[in-house]
Design a protein around this ligand. Sequence first.
Ligand SMILES: Cc1ncc(COP(=O)(O)O)c(C=O)c1O
Length: 438
Amino acid sequence: MKNTPIDKHIIDETINEFQIKDFATATIREVKAIAAKAEQQSGIEFIKMEMGVPGLLPSAIGVKAEIESLENGIASIYPDINGLPELKNEASRFVKAFINVDINAEGCVPVTGSMQGTFASFLTCSQCDPQKDTILFIDPGFPVQKQQLVVMGAKHESFDVYNYRGDKLKQKLESYLEKGNISAIIYSNPNNPSWICLNDDELKIIGELATKYDVIVLEDLAYFAMDFRKDLSKPFTEPYQSSVAHYTDNYILLISGSKAFSYAGQRIGVSCISNKLYHRSYPGFTQRYGGGTFGTVFIHRVLYALSSGTSHSAQFAMAAMLRAANDGKYNFIEDVKVYGNRAHKLKEIFLRHGFHLVYDKDMDNPLADGFYFTIGYKGMTSGELAKELMYYGVSAISLVTTGSEQQGLRACTSFIQDHQYEQLDERMKIFAENNPKS
Ligand SMILES: Cc1ncc(COP(=O)(O)O)c(C=O)c1O
C-alpha cells in the first residue's frame, strides 16, 4: 500500500471535527471547507471539483453595459417590476433565436438568478389549484431546489431518471401525474449533476403528459446551449436548444446569466412564461388574491413580495449580452466550450485508472462533455469514494445529495487548471494501485 498524497489523519480528523457521520451526505460547502483545511494543513494542492461556480471571466459585454448604466444614475431608481423593457424584448428574441419558440416580451421576466426564478415558480405553481400541492423532480437534480421547497413548506416527489430514459419515461411519469397532486415538473437540461440531455422524444413525452394532466413544466436551462455535441451557437439557425416548449403550452423556461455568460455574481436570469400560461387564471389565485393570471400573479404578487424586482444594472448587463448573442455578434458558447475540453481530458484520466462514468449515455449516444460528469469506482459506495478521493487531494460531491440512486460522485470542471491534469493522473495511478479491483 502506497502512502496517499494527503495524510489520512488530516482528512479523518477534519471530517470528525465537522461531525459528519456519513460523508455521502456532506454538502458542497462542507466538502469545500474540508478540502480547504486539508490543503492548508498538508500544503498540498487539492483538485477541486465540488463547486459548480463558473471559473471564467464574466462577459465583458455585460460588465461594460452594467458600468454604463450605473454611471447614468440607474442605481437610485427602482426597476420596473415587470422588468426592463429592453431586457424583456431581448429575452423574447433570444428564445426565438436559440430555441425557435415564440414567447411575448411580456412573459419574459427578469429574476435575481434562476434560483429566484424557481422559488417564484414553485410558489406560483403551488397556488393554482389546492389539489395540486406537490412538485415532481425528474432527478438527479440541483439540491438547493428541494431546499427551496423545504423553506416554503411545500411537498415534493422525485425519481431518478437513470432507468427511465426514452419510452420508459412515459409510464414512470404518468404513475405520478395520474394521482392528481402534482402542480409542476422540474428538471435541468443539460442536467446538473449528470450532464445527461433529455432528447426531443423524451421532451415530447413530458410536454404531452403536462398537457394531459394540466401540469406546468419548469425547464431549467441553467446550462443553456452547453450540449457541445451540437453547434447551438448560431442565432435563428438550426440546430436549436431542445425544449419542452415545442410540445406543450404549460411551461416556464428558466434562463440564467450565471453559466452561459459567467455572470453568476450579479444574480441575473430571465424566467420565460409561455403566452398561454401567462394569461391563464386559476381558482387558487381568485381565492388567494381576488384574481390575477399566472403571469400577473408571478410578477405583481410573488416577485413583488420577494424582492420588488431585479437589480437594475444587472438587467442592463443581461440585455446587452442577449442582444449581442441575438445579433450574432457574441458567440457566448465559444467562451464556455473550455468546460467541455476539460471534461474530455478529466474523464480520460479517470477512465484510464479504472473509474467508470455513472451516467454514461443519452440513449445510444455517449454523453456530451460539459460542466459536470459523474464517476464511480467498482465496489465503492458514493460516500466511500468521496472520502477516499479526499486522501488523494480530489474533492467532489456524492450523488446521494442530488436524488440519484446510483453510487458515485459529481465532478465539476469549472475550477480545473492546466497543470492539474498531470497531478490528477499521478494521484489516480496511486489510487488504482491502492484500490485494486478484484
Ligand atoms: C440546475 C441549476 N439550476 C439553477 C442554478 C442557479 O442558477 P442562478 O445562478 O441563475 O440562480 C444552478 C447553479 O448551479 C444549476 O446548476
